[in-house]
Every structure is written in structure tokens, then in C-alpha cells.
Design a protein around this ligand. Structure first.
Ligand code: FPP
Ligand code: MG
Length: 337
């Protein structure tokens, strides 16, 4: 198991480095915002209203950061890949519009989710609109088959991952491998793709390209494990979304999988069943998970994936951009938001 000593100091270091990466990426992120506005630009005012609302609430811009940094390791001007970074954020945004309908999530990024403001139908159509605009931009403006294939194939995998998650709904017998497969498809694949498109644009191939694939995938798995821990034990105000969405919608995540085989397993199983029957015992569940060591163990697993992602970076040219990619991998397992 990963060594979790001195976590406080480590987390502070990571927070500082992430702040520095904001400076390093300032021009690239500003150009990405312009491209997001361009790609999402709609020809009908009522579509614009929905899209502006959905896109206007900020977010970490995590996927664009990966694209910009991956290309920057080869010295590519960040502005040259801002369109690709915007496409990755667009795919993310489109899938969130659908996901919040599926999860019946009330909040996203600190305000009512788009479906709460405009209804399920417009939220789903908004997601479809964004997705088709992204593919149109890639086909018409970027005109690189390899990049288009990564974007389309990744979106397809995300849908498969979401299917898989729904397939497992309200089942307690989800194995760790099944869970990792599911989060790989629905979430980590887009982080992998965000690195890949930056790497393709930078002209990488062979083992260097493979390094971005490995880095993105493993960092992505770490990111989603942490996301799932935060859904149960994070601070809603910091996250900008309401907690317990996964468990209330019948989804078992890694801390629960670990908790079920911990000494508190019987109690945890009963609490989960009770939540699925509509009882409000979420806080009791979280207490039992904490006491059974389930969050600690999940965090160690997330860290192990992040370390694997960092190891892959040894095949990437050294420099500031690579250092920030390594810092992002650390951030994925110790983040609070
Ligand atoms: C968030 O997970 C959801 C995803 C990462 C993927 C969602 C994918 C789809 C809905 C299918 C594809 C959709 C389109 C438009 C092609 P989460 O619910 O664990 O995270 P959250 O807490 O942020 O909601
Ligand atoms: Mg969700």
C-alpha cells in the first residue's frame, strides 16, 4: 500500500505547483476559452441561452490543461492547440449535460444543473448540440483523421462506460476490476484522449505517444476514484455539486466496494440497501466506511494509479510542461475539489 505519511505537506506542495501551472498555462487557457465560445456558438438564440448557461459556470478545465501541457512538452505554442483543448472540454460538457439528467443531479459547478434550469429535454439536446459542433470543428477545421478518430472513439467508449454503470445499478456484488473497467470507459478515456490529441498535434509517435496514453489513462483512473470518494466524503461547497449522488442513484463506487469486505461490511451493506429504499442514512454509511478504512484504501489505490501515470512520463522530453503533468497526477489523488 502507498505510504500516506506527510500527506498534509505533500498536498500543500501540490496545491502550490498547480497554482504555478495556472501561470504557465495562462495564454493557452485564455485561447481555449475563446475557442470554447466559438465552437459552442449557436445560430439560434434559444440554443445559445442553454449552452451559455451550461458552459458559463467555469470548471477546472482539467482536460484542456492536459492537451495544452502534452503539446507543450514538445515546445508547441499552446495557442496552436487551444481548439483541440476546447474540443476536449466540449465533449466533457456534453457528457455532463447527459450525466446530470441520468443522475438527477440538482447542482453542477455551484449552481442548479442545466436540466434543473431548462428541463431534461433541452439539457439532452444541449449535449447533442455541443457534441456535434465538436465533431464538426474537428472534421472541418482540424482535418486530422487520427485526432477525429480519437475523439469519436473516446465518446463511444464513454457511452459504453455509462451503459456498464447502469447495468450494475443497485447491485452490491460489483468487483474492483469491474469498477475500474467502468470508470476507465466513462471517465479516464477522455483524459487519455486529452493527452493523445495534444501529443498527435505535437508530432509524437511510437513509445513517446504511448507514454501520453499511459499517463492519461492512469491519471484518469486516479482522478475518478478520488471523484467517487469526494461524492461520499467531500465538501459540497468546495465541489459545487451535491454529495451522495452516486449511492442515491444506485451506484457502487470503490470506497463502498472496499467497505463491503472490511470488518464493517455487514453494516455497510445494510446502510447501502437502506439508502436504495429511500432512507436517509448516508452519514451513517460514511462513518462506517471511514471506520472500516475504506477511504484510506481507496486513496492509496488512486495514488498507485497516479504513480503509474507519472512513471510513464519518463519517456516524455523533460521540462516545465512535463513537471506540471507530474504535479497534476499528484493532484488527482490528493485533491479536495
Ligand atoms: C460523470 O460521472 C460522468 C461521466 C464521466 C461520463 C458520462 C457519459 C455519458 C452520460 C454518456 C455519453 C454522453 C454523450 C453526450 C455522448 P459521475 O456521475 O461519477 O461524476 P459527477 O459526480 O461529476 O456527476
Ligand atoms: Mg454524475
Amino acid at each position: 500500500m502507498a505510504n500516506l505519511e506527510n500527506d498534509g505537506f505533500f498536498a500543500e506542495e501540490v496545491r502550490r505547483t498547480m497554482g504555478e501551472s495556472d501561470l504557465f498555462l495562462a495564454d493557452g487557457l485564455a485561447a481555449t476559452e475563446e475557442k470554447i465560445a466559438e465552437i459552442l456558438g449557436a445560430d439560434l438564440p434559444f440554443i445559445t441561452e442553454v449552452l451559455r448557461y451550461a458552459a458559463g459556470s467555469g470548471g477546472k478545465r482539467f482536460r484542456p490543461r492536459l492537451t495544452l501541457l502534452s503539446a507543450a512538452t514538445a515546445g508547441i505554442d499552446q495557442k496552436r492547440v487551444a481548439g483541440l483543448a476546447a474540443c476536449m472540454e466540449g465533449i466533457h460538457l456534453a457528457t455532463l449535460l447527459h450525466d446530470d439528467v441520468i443522475d438527477e443531479a440538482p447542482l453542477r459547478r455551484g449552481r442548479p444543473a442545466t436540466h434543473r434550469r431548462f428541463g431534461n429535454h433541452l439539457s439532452i439536446l444541449g449535449g447533442d448540440y455541443i457534441l456535434t459542433r465538436v465533431f464538426q470543428y474537428l472534421a472541418k477545421e482540424v482535418r486530422n483523421w487520427e485526432i477525429l478518430n480519437v475523439a469519436v472513439a473516446t465518446t463511444n467508449r464513454m457511452v459504453a462506460g455509462e451503459f456498464l454503470e447502469m447495468w450494475r445499478q443497485e447491485r452490491l456484488d460489483v468487483a474492483e476490476d469491474d469498477y475500474v473497467k467502468m470508470i476507465t470507459l466513462k471517465s479516464a478515456k477522455l483524459l487519455e484522449a486529452s493527452c493523445q490529441v495534444g501529443a498527435i498535434a505535437a508530432g509524437y509517435d511510437g513509445c513517446e505517444y504511448g507514454a501520453f496514453t499511459d499517463y492519461g489513462l492512469n491519471t484518469g483512473i486516479s482522478f475518478q476514484i478520488t471523484d467517487d470518494c469526494l461524492d461520499l466524503a467531500g465538501e459540497g461547497e468546495v465541489l459545487g455539486k451535491e454529495g451522495f449522488a452516486d449511492i442515491r442513484s444506485g451506484k457502487i463506487t470503490l470506497p463502498v466496494i472496499y467497505g463491503l469486505t472490511s470488518p464493517r461490511g455487514r453494516e455497510i451493506g445494510a446502510a447501502v440497501q437502506a439508502i436504495w429504499e429511500g432512507e436517509s442514512v448516508e452519514h451513517e454509511l460514511v462513518r462506517a466506511l471511514k471506520e472500516g478504512g475504506a477511504f484510506e484504501k481507496s486513496r492509496a489505490t488512486a495514488r498507485a494509479y497516479a504513480e503509474k501515470g507519472k512513471d510513464a512520463l519518463t519517456s516524455v522530453p523533460p521540462g516545465e510542461a512535463r513537471d506540471f503533468l507530474a504535479a497534476i497526477a499528484d493532484w488527482t489523488w490528493c485533491r479536495k475539489y
